[in-house]
Design a protein around this ligand. Structure first.
Ligand code: FAD
Length: 591
């Protein structure tokens, strides 16, 4: 019904022409030559297109079924999961010590986009396991790492994250789940968690739940929250599986999209758990998982936009409606294809320019994560921390909008289920909500990240943009790209200045503009990426290197972004500078 073709050429271009990974290697990994990355991407692309995407609609239509405490994912998921596992795709970028392949996070992210674009609901089983394993890797004891990581890296055991409770999602300080210390050093975990992705299923031998709970007598609120490892089956000393733990799935949620992923209500009834990290420092440990997960969710926004665009583009080329106003283009047919119409082209270019810009932004972010984590580069760490809410919030909002635009290309045929276009929109919608709803990402950006470490990371970002503009030049061939970027970056600085001047006196003045700021920031990031891509393509054309058609297309798309999308920064700035008054004018009972 729908198709997914992995964007390998674009990813190869970003890795080698733009990010130059062969000459600027990931610390501790020097093998990112074009032939090598191409082989990995081609292979991953085959799995995405041939194995995972055919199951996308199946997952949507069948959903997951809870029977006698066991959740059955849709038909074909288990076999595909085995194939992904056996191919070694589940721990591409994790350390060899526990069975991973030690490739850069950058490459794991590129492959992740393909798998997620092909089938988001399916890929979440693996993605959550990756996040849980990363948290154990950073915060676990040697014994915990030896016990859990080899099985989690291979996805023989999958992982979950359990934060949300019926009365608390954003405000986790209200949490009620309890962890009572036991004589043997373990804790008895009781409470209810809701909306737990991949909480129960039969595709793995065991499920390792990471659960936030409060140890009685600890500090009030969020400072009293600790993180625990709670396996579905207890693990014996020899590594074999023992008795069933006191945790079960009591319900799976009916929901708008990602039907192939089981979203579970999990009841913990004195379940045996072991502390991960320090007592009362659960949020710190959970953040290891959440930061990775936020980048992964940003990726989902891009990935759904990509698959929706591919199908909308096919449709726009095939569907015959109306005639071009500047002369018939398909004289042998009863009408011209949709793609001749300027408004359809505007729509498709909105999608294309977002997707390619977002992919560059995501992979640049992933490259910085490698520098931060493997190279212990503090500046990269600070930049990633600043940009994480932008990657999550901007890419998922825009990604969702782009799936709606792709539906629009189909007209009424996009709204009915038969074409498969509505699934992309329904699946993309959740990414704006989980891992911290996007309003909360904006709050994090403006309330915490801007001022972090004395504001030095945001200053470093401005320096980076300025440095790029200076080096690329504001005259000659680059002028049409660097001038709009300069203007947008000024808007971002003006917005930051407005917050500095007004936010201290009245925090609402900053928070009322936080969402616009996140989008303004996102546009500047994509503007920077399009500037870098324009520079790379101009260079390749000048050197007669690569596929000229590809590079010309990049330049035309860069022009579109600079002229049609980037000016959005002006609107966002105007809204930000209107301050708190228009937003706060009404008393709650006058809404
Ligand atoms: C399909 C699905 C899968 C999920 N998977 C998981 C999972 O695996 N593990 C897990 O623990 N949770 C999971 N969640 C839960 C998800 O992370 C939460 O729903 C989300 O964090 C928001 O919490 P909430 O629903 O309680 O909304 P609330 O916290 O009640 O927030 C409601 C709205 O108010 C806004 N808001 C809240 N506080 C503020 C504030 N101070 N300022 C401004 N705006 C604010 C939010 O942005 C949001 O828009 C999942 C949810 C769904 C639907």
């Amino acid at each position: 019904m729908t198709r997914y073709t992995a964007p390998t050429q674009d990813i190869q271009y970003l890795l080698h022409d733009v990010l130059d990974v062969a000459n600027d290697p990931t610390p501790g990994y020097a093998e990112l030559e074009p032939d090598f990355t191409s082989a990995v991407l081609e292979e991953a692309g085959k799995i995405a297109g041939e194995v995972l995407h055919p199951l996308n609609a199946v997952g949507d239509q069948e959903g997951c079924v809870l029977e006698n405490g066991v959740v059955r994912p849709p038909k074909g998921f288990k076999e595909a999961f085995d194939q992904v596992r056996e191919g070694g795709w589940t721990a591409l970028d994790l350390p060899e010590q526990y069975g991973g392949q030690n490739m850069p996070y950058l490459l794991g992210t590129a492959v992740g986009e393909m798998f997620s674009g092909a089938n988001q609901a399916f890929t979440m089983y693996q993605g959550l396991t990756h996040g849980a394993a990363s948290a154990i890797l950073v915060h676990g004891t040697d014994q915990q790492k030896d016990t859990y990581l080899p099985k989690m890296f291979s996805c023989d055991w999958t992982g979950t994250m359990n934060l949300t409770e019926p009365h608390c999602g954003t405000d986790l300080g209200l949490m009620r789940s309890k962890a009572v210390p036991q004589d043997d050093g373990s804790y008895a975990i009781s409470g209810q968690k809701i909306f737990i992705s991949a909480g129960e299923h039969d595709m793995a031998e065991n499920i390792i739940h990471l659960v936030l709970a409060k140890i009685p007598g600890g500090p009030e609120g969020i400072k009293g929250v600790s993180l625990f490892i709670v396996p579905k089956f207890l693990v014996k000393e020899d590594g074999s599986l023992g008795e069933r733990n006191g945790v079960k799935c009591s319900k799976i949620e009916e929901k708008m999209g990602i039907h192939g992923n089981s979203t579970c209500v999990m009841d913990y009834d004195g379940a045996k758990g072991w502390l991960l990290g320090e007592e009362h420092k659960g949020m710190r440990a959970m953040f290891t998982m959440m930061n990775e997960a936020r980048i992964g969710v940003g990726m989902q926004g891009l990935a759904q936009a990509e698959v929706a665009y591919q199908n909308a583009l096919d449709y726009a080329r095939d569907r015959l409606q109306g005639r071009s106003v500047t002369g018939v283009e398909n004289p042998d047919g009863p009408a011209d294809p949709l793609i001749v119409h300027p408004d359809i082209r505007r729509n498709l270019l909105d999608q294309k320019s977002f997707i390619e810009g977002a992919r560059a932004f995501l992979l640049w972010g992933a490259q910085m994560i490698d520098r931060a984590e493997r190279g212990k580069d503090e500046a990269a760490h600070g930049m990633v921390s600043l940009l994480t809410p932008v990657i999550k919030g901007f890419l998922t909002d825009e990604g969702y909008d782009m799936t709606v635009q792709a539906q629009q290309v189909y007209g009424g045929h996009g709204y009915i289920e038969e074409t498969g276009m509505s699934q992309f929109t329904r699946d993309a919608r959740i990414a704006m909500i989980y891992e911290g709803a996007n309003g909360v990402q904006a709050l994090d950006l403006v309330g915490r990240k801007l001022a972090q470490d004395g504001g030095k990371h945001v200053m470093a970002f401005f320096d980076l943009v300025k440095g790029f503009i200076k080096e690329a030049g504001t005259d000659g061939a680059m002028a049409e790209f660097t001038e709009p970027l300069k203007s947008a970056s000024k808007d971002l600085q003006s917005a930051g200045m407005f917050f500095m001047q007004n936010g201290m006196k009245n925090p609402n003045a900053a928070l009322a503009g936080s969402y616009d700021f996140m989008h303004l920031f996102g546009h500047v990031c994509l503007g920077l990426m399009w500037g870098r891509m324009a520079e790379a393509s101009l260079k390749a054309l000048a050197e007669g290197r690569g596929d000229a058609n590809f590079h010309e297309t990049k330049l035309a798309t860069a022009r579109f972004y600079m002229t049609r999308r980037l000016p959005a920064t002006k609107l966002h700035l105007a809204r930000i500078e209107s301050g708190a008054d228009p937003v706060m004018a009404l008393d709650a009972d006058r809404f």
